[in-house]
Design a protein around this ligand. Structure first.
Ligand code: M6R
Length: 627
């Protein structure tokens, strides 16, 4: 399996760096470990291939054998490592750890790639995250004579393990207590054969086992070919892993912890974009199916919404007096749309907060406030931290996620599973629109619980939306003129009001993520209060108008822009624009979903015209799990 043709490897581009909060570059690496009767190298490479979409710049494996550790590390794509392993097949080994690295401490080189070994080459370590006190630890270790081979913070762990007393579990506990920061670590020691130990502080770790083997990875997706169930380490937990066993302990006192098993719901097949070539396009076209899936069993023909699978009862919902959404990026845009829906359908006050800002607020949360943490991955650190902050303030939390085993799901009181299927492209498509559908359902359920509804017309339009979207995707052709103008523009402005402001923000985010064209979204009413100064004949102005209630005001805003020479585009209501994109549905709830499609198609077409790396845009991570 791992030795299939290199062309089956996904293209690899650096992608997981995110700047935030002034602490430098944040990233996500991939961890894989195995002990059992299979050739460990095959399992490690197979798992790492499934983690490739997260982004990395080098890869390596360490195999543990009686005669020593066989270490192979290469800068560049996994394919380079694989070619090396094919040319120089490693000796048979049933224990090993592997890693895909995105450089932080130290450049991209074979030496800086993981795994890292101790001075005696008996201990191997892989690491995801950042050790914040690395500089001090390095000085300390060097002063005691350790020979450090790389510039990384991760290698320090191998040398600290070398010095620590006790067995591997106790030594890893001692080392974790010396390392500050957020990380996941996985290690083995030849002195302790057939045993892996792991510790989690923030960065995810999934574990699974069969009768005679054990697997560990930084995401369940990497375990999928071999396992149907897995357990997840929570923060401050350690794992002692041997074939057929996974013993979990609290990091601070090594008290045993009982863990629940979670289904590994992703397919074991390697992700493949198929005829679409790009995951972004594939996932864009999967949207109608994803909407059907999120509505399945939750919305019936009579317009009744049943969210019993989430655990949310009529009683719980009827007690809610305010809703607060916490999210980042596209998930925030879906939440901003949902604020409109909550007010309109359920007549409840609602707010959408950037998780990264909310986590530091002193907001008062009444017991009747329902907090909804919206996250495709369920691992976004800002949203997780905001969720924890909300829970500490006594809030009840719904995790609305596309990964029911994720940390956000596990730490929420209720889980609303999006069921959109794995989203591989860094830029969100189906997860975003499926969130919008899910939030429409939540708003409708809240409306019903408060005796307001159902909004039959909107719900039947929602049910019809997948079929309408399929037809639209088949027939719609993006005007070349629009693509060319956006590809060459110094900037693109998106405008909207109400739900269309959130759509404008999403359209702008997609365009900048995929094509690197500078773009910004404004509330249409804000245009003449400043942004109009940016407008001239080179700047396309795209107005989202899926809610016809705002058409007159939007038409006026567009007229202000076109009067200054702008190339005006309208999506939804006809606003007398230079270029109009009509939508085959008028109900605002469904038009929001269908209106997203031309914006996504525009972003990918502009990115293709500009030759961008679409599935893994520069500098971006699929899920930002480490701060
Ligand atoms: O996994 P999450 O939904 O929590 O991720 C939030 C954002 O990082 C994500 O939506 C990001 O903005 C996407 N790249 C948007 O396309």
């Amino acid at each position: 399996m791992p030795y299939s043709h290199p062309s089956t490897f996904m293209a690899v581009f650096p992608c997981e760096a995110v700047h935030a909060r002034g602490r430098g570059v944040f990233f996500v690496c991939g961890i894989m470990g195995y002990v059992g009767p299979r050739p460990a190298v095959e399992v490690l490479i197979g798992g790492l291939r499934r983690l490739e979409y997260r982004g990395y710049d080098s890869a390596g494996i360490a195999l543990g054998m009686a005669q020593g550790i066989h270490l192979v590390k290469r800068a560049g794509p996994l394919r380079v490592l694989w070619e090396e392993l094919e040319q120089n097949p490693p000796p048979p080994a049933g224990m090993g750890i592997g890693h895909t690295r995105w450089a932080t401490h130290g450049g991209v080189s074979d030496e800086n790639a993981h795994p890292h070994l101790d001075c005696h080459e008996r201990i191997a370590v892989v690491h995801n995250g950042i050790i914040e006190n690395a500089a001090a630890l390095r000085i300390e270790l060097e002063s005691r004579g350790h020979r450090l081979r790389s510039e990384t913070d991760s290698e320090l762990v191998a040398h600290l393990l070398e010095e620590a007393p006790g067995d591997l579990l106790h030594r890893l506990q001692a080392v974790a207590n010396r390392c500050e920061g957020a990380y996941a670590l996985l290690a083995f020691d030849l002195a302790d054969p057939n045993r892996l130990c792991a510790v989690r502080r923030t960065s995810p770790i999934a574990i699974g086992f069969t009768e005679n083997e054990v697997f560990v990875a930084s995401g369940a997706i990497a375990l999928a070919p071999w396992l149907k169930r897995c357990i997840y380490l929570d923060d401050g937990e350690m794992a002692d892993l041997r074939p057929g066993h996974a013993d979990i302990f609290r990091l601070h006192d090594l008290a045993p912890v009982q863990k629940a098993f979670h289904e590994v719901s992703v397919s074991g097949d390697l992700p493949d974009a198929g005829r679409h070539k790009l995951f972004f396009r594939k996932e864009l076209f999967e949207q109608p199916a994803a909407w059907r899936s999120v509505m399945q069993g939750r919305l019936d023909e009579a317009g009744s919404v049943d969210l019993s699978d989430t655990g949310l009862t009529h009683e719980t919902l009827s007690a809610v007096q305010r809703v607060l959404f916490l999210a980042m990026g596209s998930s925030l845009h879906a939440s901003q749309m949902a604020v409109e829906r909550l007010q309109q359908f359920a007549q409840l006050p609602a707010e959408a907060h950037l998780s990264s800002e909310f986590r530091d607020t002193r907001t008062f949360l009444e017991p009747s406030t329902l907090v909804v943490a919206v996250s495709q991955s369920g691992e976004t650190i800002d949203t997780l931290a905001a969720l924890r902050h909300a829970r500490a303030l006594g809030a009840t939390v719904v995790g609305l996620v596309n990964a029911p085993g994720s940390t956000i799901a596990r730490e929420s009181d209720y889980v609303f599973d999006l069921r959109a299927g794995a989203e591989i492209s860094v830029a969100s498509t189906k997860a975003f629109t499926t969130q919008a559908v899910a939030l429409d359902l939540l708003a409708s359920a809240l409306a019903a619980a408060h005796g307001r509804g159902p909004n039959i017309e909107s719900l039947s339009a929602l049910r019809a939306a997948p079929t309408i979207a399929e037809d639209f995707l088949e027939e719609f052709r993006l005007p070349n003129d629009l693509v060319e103008r956006c590809a060459q523009a110094p900037g693109v402005i998106f405008l909207g009001r109400g739900q269309d402001l959130s759509l404008a923000r999403e359209g702008s985010l997609k365009l900048k993520e995929l094509s690197y064209v500078w773009s910004e979204a404004f509330a249409a009413g804000e245009l003449k209060h400043g942004p109009l100064a940016l407008v001239d004949a080179t700047v396309p102005v795209i107005v989202c108008a899926t809610d016809s209630r705002h058409a007159v005001k939007l038409r006026n805003s567009l007229a202000e822009a076109t009067a200054r020479g702008a190339y005006g585009v309208s999506i939804g209501a006809d606003l007398n624009a230079t270029m109009h994109i009509a939508l085959p549905i008028h109900d605002a709830t469904a038009a929001y979903l269908i209106g997203t499609l031309p914006l996504q198609l525009l972003a990918v077409a502009v990115a293709e015209t500009r030759g961008c790396t679409i599935d893994q845009p520069r500098n971006l991570a699929k899920s930002v799990t480490v701060e």
